[in-house]
Design a protein around this ligand. Structure first.
Ligand code: GAL
Length: 432
């Protein structure tokens, strides 16, 4: 009985196999009908764009790339943590270990040139610039931030403005106050808001850089453009009166911020403004990307002005993409850089990201009023590089500044901090 059932099963299997082989051949032309299609090639993009707005901007670029190059699949290897808090260390491991991504987000200026170009980890992309006639497509100030020894090394994707104050319009209208233009006005407004039981200025400090971000705005407000440039060149001591005044200003401001700042990231601090728990926040215009992603309308629900005391000056943050010398598939990487440089790429990306296009002469009709105002300011203001975002000074000093300010927001020791910064500048080789 058992034997009979077994032979039945074997017979059925045999029939299934025979029928399978006898299946009529497809009439579609195919060189290898039974072979699966080759797996798509992959190209890894490395960044820290994971928050609302910044992730959306990146997706626009990825979508454009997939439309143009469907045979390549982009692997989005973003590592969370604003300003590259965690990503930069991961990137370093990959680059030094000979496993670079296809391309990666890097700030123009010192971060690109000192960290990656001078050390031989990047390949020049001057040919791409020539072929696409990009020499005249970007402002000179940005071209300087991406070149070294007459070669270009990256495509600027955007221009962010670091020195911006964001405010909740409903709160300002309800309290009958105007957005503050000077530091004095800022403190007056803060005091009025605090009296009404609302947090005047939201702050994050979870990843340290957020405080450096606020500090650089205040440094510019207190010292002005020439001072700001000179101190990062190493020509002025960090114990200078302007630094002392800046630290004093920061100390006074800490009285007006949310107490849970050590637990918050930059986007959560922006969230406090949107929720109406805080009235203002000082952050780069990726904050606008965050608001947009959270359906808050620029000009209606919120607005922005330059950080009080800094009108006429523009702290530039530019995210760029270059070609690692050991990129696994150079052409796939160059194709992405071409998408980043393209007018459609610059427009689609920057609308979501909150920034303005790095490329000149693009139509701005699709951008909001804050972007349009920044576009005008970028053309006429004094431009300085951001220190918190790697353009104005070398990484070693930025790290020291983050650390020292991290201690300062706890102990509030002005002189001690100024002296520690001067020592850090010396240690980093920035002071003669
Ligand atoms: C900056 C970067 C911006 C934005 C921000 C917050 O360093 O330039 O594009 O992403 O960090 O993550």
């Amino acid at each position: 009985m058992k034997f009979k059932r077994l032979s039945m099963i074997i017979l059925m299997i045999a029939i299934i196999i025979i029928l399978g082989c006898a299946k009529p051949q497809s009439t579609e032309k195919s060189s290898a009908p039974n072979m699966p299609p080759p797996p798509p090639k992959e190209m890894t993009i490395f960044s820290w764009w994971t928050a609302g707005g910044e992730a959306d901007g990146l997706n626009e670029l990825i979508n454009l790339y997939h439309q143009k190059y469907p045979q390549v699949r982009i692997v989005n290897a973003a590592v969370a943590g604003g300003a590259g808090t965690n990503a930069k260390a991961v990137l370093k491991t990959r680059m030094l270990g000979g496993d670079p991504p296809g391309t990666f987000q890097v700030h123009g200026g010192s971060e690109l040139i000192d960290t990656w170009v001078k050390t031989g980890y990047m390949a020049p992309i001057t040919e791409l610039f020539t072929r696409l006639k990009l020499d005249n497509a970007f402002p000179t100030g940005l071209l300087e931030m991406i070149s070294y020894k007459k070669q270009y090394y990256a495509i600027p994707s955007n221009v962010h403005r670091s020195n911006m104050l964001w405010y909740n319009k409903a709160i300002f209208e309800q309290l009958g106050i105007e957005p503050p233009i000077t530091l004095d006005e800022l403190f007056k407004v803060c005091s009025k808001i605090k009296n009404r039981g609302i947090i005047p200025l939201s702050l994050a400090s979870r990843n340290k850089w957020e405080v450096t971000h606020l500090f650089e705005s205040l440094l510019l407000a207190v010292g002005g453009v020439d001072f700001y440039k000179s101190i990062f060149k190493g020509d002025i001591a960090w114990t200078d009166r302007n630094v002392i005044n800046t630290l004093d200003t920061l100390k006074r401001l800490l009285y007006y911020v949310n107490q849970d700042h050590p637990a918050l990231t930059w986007d959560q601090a922006c969230g406090l403004v949107q929720q109406g728990k805080a009235a203002m926040n000082i952050m780069g215009d990726w904050a606008k990307g965050y608001f947009l992603a959270n359906k808050w309308v620029a000009g209606k629900d919120y607005s922005a002005i330059p950080t009080p005391g800094t009108a006429g000056a523009f702290i530039v943050v530019t995210d760029t993409f270059g070609l690692p010398a050991k990129a696994p598939d150079k052409q796939a990487s160059l194709n992405f850089l071409e998408v980043v440089a393209s007018p459609e790429g610059q427009i689609a990306f920057n609308i979501k990201k909150g920034s303005i296009p790095a490329r000149l002469s693009l139509p701005m009709d699709a951008f909001d009023e804050i972007a349009k105002a920044n576009m005008i300011d970028f053309g006429k203001d004094s431009l300085v590089g951001s220190c918190a975002h790697g353009s104005a000074t070398i990484e070693a000093f930025v790290t020291a500044l983050n650390d020292q300010l991290g201690v300062f927001i706890q102990d509030k020791q002005v002189m001690k901090t100024a002296q520690a910064l001067e020592q850090a500048a010396k240690d980093a080789g920035l002071r003669k």
